[in-house]
Design a protein around this ligand. Sequence first.
Ligand SMILES: [Zn+2]
Length: 311
Amino acid sequence: MKTIVTVLLLLSSITSGFAQLKAYQPFFGQSGEYLVLRKWQEGTTERYWAVHPKTLQTVLLENASVRPMSQEEARSWVSRTSYGRALYTEQTRAGALQDAGLTRTQPNEKGFSLTMDLCPSHKPLTRSVFKDLLAAFEPEEKPVPVTITITGLWMQSHADDLEWLKNLEKRGDLRITWVNHSFHHQYNPKLPLTRNFLLTQGTNMASEILLNEQAMIQNGLLPSIFFRFPGLISDKSIFDEVLNLGLLPLGSDAWLAKGQKVQPGSIVLIHPNGNEPVGIADFVKLLKTNASSIKKKDWLLYDLPASLSSH
Ligand SMILES: [Zn+2]
């Protein structure tokens, strides 16, 4: 309870340029097969954000019947599920400075999962890479499953691009897993990694996470169960904070702009926010090289929640 009150106080003291949801807070409860992780109010309605522990799919609930739980109860209830196992795996990875989250799904997959980061940027969305992606994978896979990690600051300055992406989703071209990538995504090229990104002095980890969730919900995006650290940089303390809020940190074993190679089951990372043209060029080249395997369905794009819940 004490943590919840602290979080609320911190949240209300931050001006982030958008109206926050009323009484938005971490919460543990059970509603049918769902584990509830957040609650807030909309008028007289109680609303919830919850995860299905077996499929890792998330959902928004309203006026649902919810039985409150302690965090310990919640952990033991999900311990034998995909979600419980993923939380456990993550705990064993906490502590590394770089890329501490889940980095690969299943090596027996005939393809990979694509994650795209929308870190704050003054440049427009690289729409061409989405067009290339659809041209390469449709009709073999439709909708094409992709994971997009998003920041509050990007959403605030790219309303048209966000609408464009949501339309691709509505039209059934893309199936998007939306991932929280923090609200502000602080970065200073002059600072060492140990004091950069979310390790920047004065950063409030809980508010970075919870503010961005609210911004996502208010923009009509359904937050998934994943979280991606800006720069893939974390330490044990902020990694544990993410786990405590019920989220699964998502790393990458194939950040293309860094020259890392795609393997079966890879979680590939590119940046379509205009700031990393090298990674985009590599990705487009990769699509061309593998065009015939894609046609034969020997090289597929995988849906991340499904991939991580099927074992
Ligand atoms: Zn980023």
